[in-house]
Structure formats: structure tokens, C-alpha cells
Design a protein around this ligand. Structure first.
Ligand code: ZN
Length: 261
């Protein structure tokens, strides 16, 4: 029987080579043009570039950095600079390990999904609230401080995310926080620093009802050293026996002698 399309042996070999090349090129193209992954977000923020990984930069990177900045090595502070470098990658790895995710240092759907799960639509982290960090004297509105209210809120958001990390590392035990103070509020507090970090929204005062007062507070003070806080003042430091003050001042100042800090 003569086939209608009879091919010589040589033509068959050529056809096979051509097909092999086509498939190789197609698979190379598939790798290069990685299909974009679905955006991950909520009412607070949506990451449309997924995944985020080392070497990337852009406006979506600081939104990640703020949320992993509490997962640092001892004494380290993460710059919220929009560049996904080695410190950001290490923080992402610690975050992933801390929440039992696969650890690869890449912020993909699983990691960003966990972050979204940990935040509310109003951008506060799951276990801290704007209401508790607004106005140590109860006046509200984030006004009357050293910065405009939107900057105060941004600083408080960063401080709360670090506290959220610390809370999880301490076994998800409740931590209460207060934060912002207006000048009039700060001035009404005996012995308050007249240029307190609370005026800038950079500071939280933390208390815990679990354990002994000193025990719980010292656990917090020790954990704060791994949570990206440059300022830590706690038990044994004047006026700090009943709470731990943490803040993001520009250089390290730690004192909690009762806790060995
Ligand atoms: Zn304080």
C-alpha cells in the first residue's frame, strides 16, 4: 500500500528534529513568561506582583517589609526601604518558619496569604487595634503630636506589626498596648520625656496579664531584642517597672536591668 504522504527516511528525521525544537522552544518560552500569580490582598492592601523575592524593588516591597520587620536577628532593625535584600529575605524566612509555612524566603501566595490573614481591613494587625494605640489620654484622632496624623498612624502601624510578631513568638499570649500621645497628653504624665517617642507614634507601652508581672514583662523585653525595636525600656529602668516601652528610635537604647538587659 502506498501511503498518500510517503516520506523518505531523511524527511522523517528532519520532521522529528523540527518537532523536538518546537517543543523545546515552547517550554523555554513557558519558563521565561511565568504565568502571573493571582493578586493577594484585602481591604488594607493588595499585592498584585506575586511572588516578591530577593533583588526586587518597588512600592509593594515596603508593604511586605513593614509586616515582617518583627522577625529579625538579635538587635537587627529592618530598613523599610523598598529593596528586597538579604535582611528582608531572612525576615521572610523567619516569618515562614514562625507560622509553619514552607521556608524559602520568597513572599508567594502562601506567605502573603498569611499576612493578609493577620491583618484587618483597617490595616491594624490581628491582635492590636487602632483604638488602643490612639491617645494615651483618650482624646483620639492621632492629632496634637509631633507629626501629622497620617505619619503618626504609619509609625504606629509599623510598631504594631513588630508587636504582632513578638506576640506570636511568645506563644500567642495576649499583650496590651498603648501608643500615641499628643503633647498635652504627654505633658500631663509625670516624669514623661518631653520629646517622647510616643509623640511621633513610634512607641508602644506594653503590658501582659500572664505570668508574674516581672516574668511576663521580662519575656516581652527579651523578645523585643529580636523584633526590630531600637528602644527597649523595662523593669529596673526608672518609671518602667509596670510596663515595657518599645520604640523605633534611630539608634539602640535598651535598659531593663531587672531582666538582664
Ligand atoms: Zn513609653
Amino acid at each position: 500500500i502506498n501511503l498518500p504522504l510517503r516520506m523518505s527516511r531523511r524527511a522523517v528525521v528532519r520532521l522529528l528534529i523540527a518537532l523536538t525544537l518546537m517543543f523545546s522552544l515552547a517550554s523555554v518560552a513557558a519558563v521565561v513568561a511565568q504565568p502571573a500569580q493571582a493578586a493577594v490582598g484585602d481591604g488594607c492592601y493588595t499585592w498584585s506582583r506575586v511572588p516578591l523575592s530577593s533583588g526586587m524593588s518597588g512600592a509593594d516591597v515596603p508593604q511586605l517589609q513593614i509586616r515582617v520587620a518583627g522577625w529579625m536577628a538579635y538587635g537587627e532593625v529592618l530598613s523599610i526601604d523598598g529593596s528586597f535584600g538579604p535582611k528582608t529575605e531572612a525576615a521572610v524566612r523567619r516569618f515562614q518558619a514562625g507560622y509553619g509555612l514552607s521556608v524559602d524566603g520568597v513572599a508567594g501566595p502562601q506567605t502573603l496569604g498569611k499576612i493578609v490573614e493577620l491583618q484587618k481591613n483597617d490595616c491594624s494587625p490581628a491582635h492590636f487595634a487602632w483604638s488602643e494605640v490612639d491617645g494615651g489620654c483618650g482624646q483620639g484622632g492621632f492629632s496634637g503630636g509631633a507629626l501629622p496624623p497620617d505619619q503618626i498612624k504609619e509609625n504606629l502601624k509599623r510598631a504594631m506589626w513588630k508587636a504582632e510578631a513578638m506576640r506570636h513568638k511568645l506563644g500567642d499570649r495576649p499583650i496590651n498596648a498603648s501608643g500615641f500621645r499628643s503633647y498635652s497628653c504627654n505633658n500631663s504624665i509625670p516624669n514623661a520625656d518631653p520629646n517622647s517617642q510616643h509623640l511621633y507614634g513610634r512607641a508602644l507601652d506594653l503590658t501582659a496579664t500572664w505570668g508574674t508581672v516581672t516574668g511576663g514583662l521580662c519575656d516581652i523585653a527579651r523578645a523585643a531584642r529580636y523584633a526590630g525595636y531600637n528602644g527597649i525600656l523595662g523593669p529596673g529602668y526608672q518609671y518602667h517597672n509596670d510596663h515595657v516601652h518599645v520604640d523605633s528610635r534611630s539608634s539602640r537604647s535598651w535598659a531593663a536591668p531587672t531582666c538582664g538587659i
